[in-house]
Design a protein around this ligand. Structure first.
Ligand code: AMP
Ligand code: MG
Length: 579
């Protein structure tokens, strides 16, 4: 039946077995002169009082880095200059305020109210913009830059670290959740790249703000973004590394995550033989973020590894389910909590193509979408190398087995998600084939990934049966040009018949709740960025609003063309690492 669609297409789904082979005390630091502090409520250290109503002023709200500083060693050198730092997890580093005026472009109401317990009115105050732009910090909070290393494009890159980010504090909310607030683009730190300016430009900040929020609403584990601030400070970038240096504007995103620790956070310690510190950080991470693991258990590192392996497998499968390519899957960009972090030259795939590479600087196509699962394996293998010195021979063997189980975990999750995308209930042996067959047709016809699944969710079985594809279903129309389309439809309809206790309306309801109608395609982000660069932030806000309900058809989004084919002007858009 599946003429010409042999093993090649299954490679999209299945991880090749061959790839498995690679498969203290802090010194007293005063405030930095010149940097103003905002008052905070000293009587509630580290967290806001447990109120049911969001706070209407920052005066009764506070942040703290106390637990981090109290439990993990901090660099004794207080000066802020670029250097190699040893034997610590953090350096104290204060944000560098912008010199020019700043403008608050966007705020996430959900992050503000539901996570940070702040009323929306707070975001209208000067206090707020001073806080989220890095101009002031709350008293009680000592800002930190984190020391980490990592493998970049497969090669050990040595010390990296927060070179343009500042952790301004931890907040414990009314649900008892702890969130770490970090500014990105807020100035140099000891970990800045040589010649790095510590800044982020408006275009990359708009992209990170919108994409991280969009991913959250797609149901994918991710850092969140509270706010986006733009300044008039000049930032110079060679955006395509072709000698064309241009003036751009500095911007800051305040982003939050339960933890910003990465594989690279551990790698740097193992690399420099700082094994006591490695144990300390691991124990801290386990205690704070892996409550099911007993920190006294001799198998705790093994259990931790197992959780990261399955978390990473699940995360990458979920990226694949929405066609998300991270773009820079280096170990320093892979979270220990298996959330999506460090949005750079990411892309949502348009035409289905396992070779899709969003980052034009990735010449070797290392981080193409179809290779993300393999790269996950590579990164987990680096984590295993870090843990090995802490494991006994038996545990080492078990850890290797856990890593060996990654392809199965990934594939199982991938299949679950794609079965849901097709509305399949129960389990049939032929399900792999049905999914792979469809992806093959999509690859062959270059059908739009998002809209093909969405239109399959919206079309009725009766319409499919009669090949009566409504005119506006442009992605399915493209797919139907493949000569094997009718074979696939026959198999699909037959398979849907085997769904127990189902109806077509129930199937469509299920499918529309997992197949988004709107994702942040590159052209949409680009359109918003171009306007933002002319001081028109309307499309940033429009996209923010639309992407909060990606599964719901919205007239404003339809009018903007967000579910239409990519406009011609955007066909050759490129994104690079420069940010
Ligand atoms: P990224 O590619 O954003 O994951 O960053 C890799 C490393 O380069 C991290 O250590 C960053 O902090 C650092 N870095 C990136 N951009 C800058 C910049 N403009 N100034 C200083 N350091 C930077
Ligand atoms: Mg990074």
């Amino acid at each position: 039946m599946l003429r010409g669609a042999g093993p090649a297409l299954l490679a999209v789904l299945l991880l090749s077995r061959t790839t498995q082979a690679f498969l203290e005390e802090m010194p007293a630091h005063g405030s930095r002169p010149g940097l103003k502090r905002l008052p905070s409520n000293e009587s509630s250290p580290g967290y806001c009082e447990r109120k049911t109503k969001p706070a209407t002023s920052l005066g009764s709200w506070s942040l703290s880095t106390e637990t981090l500083i109290g439990m993990l060693p901090v660099d004794p050198v207080p000066e802020n200059y670029i250097r190699i730092v040893k034997n610590c997890i953090f350096s104290v580093a204060y944000p560098t305020p912008f010199k020019s005026r700043t403008l608050l472009v966007a705020v996430s109401k959900n992050v503000l109210e539901d996570i940070l317990d702040l009323d929306l009115s707070v975001s209208k105050t000067d206090y707020f913009i001073q806080l989220v732009s890095g101009e002031k910090i709350l008293s009680g909070s000592i800002p930190l830059a984190h020391r980490y290393g990592g493998h970049q494009f497969g090669i050990w890159a040595d010390q990296l670290g927060d070179g343009r980010a500042h952790l301004i504090g931890k907040y414990t909310n009314r649900h008892g959740e702890k969130w770490e607030l970090q500014l990105k683009g807020s100035g140099k730190t000891p970990y800045s790249r040589r010649n790095g300016d510590g800044r982020a430009v408006l275009r990359s900040s708009v992209r990170e703000f919108l994409a991280s929020e969009a991913m959250h609403y797609l149901g994918i584990p991710t850092s969140r973004a509270l706010s986006l601030v733009v300044s008039d400070d000049d930032v110079w970038r060679d955006s395509f590394y072709n000698g064309n240096i241009q003036k751009e504007r500095g911007a800051v995103v305040l982003r939050i995550a339960k933890s910003w620790f990465r594989i690279g956070s551990l790698e740097i310690l193992a690399h420099y033989g700082e094994l006591d510190l490695l144990r300390k950080l691991l124990n801290f991470v386990i205690q704070e973020h892996f409550p099911a693991i007993n920190v006294k258990d001799p198998n705790r590192y093994l259990d931790f590894f197992s959780d990261v392996v399955s978390g990473t497998a699940h995360l990458i499968a979920s990226w694949m389910s929405v066609g998300f390519a991270h773009g820079v899957c280096n170990t320093d960009n892979f979270s220990l909590l298996s959330i999506t972090i460090d949005y750079g030259p990411f892309g949502f795939m348009e035409s289905y193509d396992p070779n899709f590479v969003p980052n034009t600087s990735d010449d070797e196509r290392r981080y193409k979408i179809g290779n993300q699962a393999n790269v996950g394996m590579f990164n987990l293998n680096k984590l295993l190398q870090v843990l090995n010195p802490l494991l006994d021979p038996n545990q080492k063997q078990l850890a290797a087995q856990i890593l060996g189980g990654y392809p199965t975990l990934y594939y199982r999750r991938f299949k679950e998600l794609f079965k849901a995308k097709l509305g399949l209930l129960g389990e049939k042996e032929s399900d792999d084939y049905l999914i792979a067959f469809l992806l093959h047709l999509m690859e062959d016809t270059k059908s739009d990934f998002t809209m093909t699944f969405r239109e399959l969710s919206e079309i009725t079985q009766a319409q499919l049966k009669d090949f009566n594809i409504p005119q506006e279903f442009w992605a399915l129309e493209t797919l139907s040009r493949q000569e094997l389309f009718s074979d696939w439809v026959t198999l699909y309809l037959l398979r849907l018949k085997s769904n127990m206790n189902d109806s077509d309306s129930r199937r469509r309801k299920r499918m529309t709740s997992v197949n988004p109608r709107y994702v942040l395609k590159n052209w949409m982000a680009e359109s918003a960025v171009r306007k933002a660069e002319m001081n028109d932030f309307s499309e940033v806000r429009l996209l923010q609003q639309v992407l909060q309900n990606p599964f719901q058809k919205q007239s404003v989004a339809e009018r903007a063309g967000y579910s239409s084919p990519t406009p011609l002007w955007a066909k050759d858009l490129k994104v690079s690492c420069s940010s």
